[in-house]
Design a protein around this ligand. Structure first.
Ligand code: CA
Ligand code: CA
Length: 219
């Protein structure tokens, strides 16, 4: 079989089964109101990210698809953007979409505000819908767990807090256009930070609290 055809068939296969499992968790939510991406579903070279599955040592239970990526580069405290992972998606509608990552930290005895962040950037035709500038959102910005050091380790929690300037907290909200394709890049920052899946949701369809509840996979 021709290589391109094989890629297309494989993509269709994963798209079909990907949708099936999403529906079981998120079947009550209109599909145009959000974008859901398993972090392990990337075409990028993982470099310092490691695949963790159920049964592996250090597996944090309750992960979507029982699979996630743990960043093992840099230091537990911090580091420069490392091992970028790319995710392409098409916006299901025109609207303001907020980014959240389902994440966990593994401290191994270090301070509780370590191992809790990464970097994200978005490229494509959009404008910022938060206090951050559009140009800022196109560059790597630190994303950390909401609640910072108060978040318990070895459990799944949302990371949606942007910190471009030290101790100035913001959100990642993008004004997206229907049918446009965007590339989200997730890079490692602190070691032993894990990401399970990515959600972008329409802020007109959900309040923050409701979105955090709705998109948390229950196991
Ligand atoms: Ca930190
Ligand atoms: Ca996952």
């Amino acid at each position: 079989m021709n290589y391109i055809l094989r890629i297309i068939l494989l993509s269709l296969f994963f798209a079909y089964f990907g949708c099936k499992t999403h529906q079981s968790h998120l079947n009550k939510i209109a599909t145009k109101d959000f974008v859901f991406i398993e972090v392990e579903n990337t075409q990028s070279n993982l470099n310092k990210w490691q695949i963790v599955k159920k049964g592996n040592l250090n597996y944090v239970k309750g992960a979507s698809k029982e699979t996630y990526l743990e960043f093992m580069g840099n230091k537990a405290i911090t580091g420069k953007p490392n091992s970028p992972l790319e995710y392409k998606f098409t916006s299901p509608k025109t609207g303001n979409f907020k980014l959240m990552l389902m994440t966990s930290k593994r401290l191994e005895g270090v301070k509780s505000d370590w191992c809790n962040d990464a970097f994200v950037r978005l490229s494509g035709d959009y404008e910022s819908a938060s206090k951050l500038n559009t140009e800022d959102l196109q560059k790597d910005i630190k994303i950390l767990q909401d609640g910072n050091d108060e978040v318990p380790e070895l459990e799944w929690h949302w990371a949606s807090t942007a910190e471009k300037d030290r101790h100035v907290y913001n959100e990642f909200i993008y004004k997206l256009k229907e049918g446009e394709t965007y590339t989200l890049t997730l890079s490692g920052r602190s070691k032993r930070f894990s990401v399970d899946y990515i959600v972008l949701y329409d802020t007109d369809a959900f309040e923050t609290k409701e979105a955090k509840k709705q998109f948390k996979i229950k196991k």
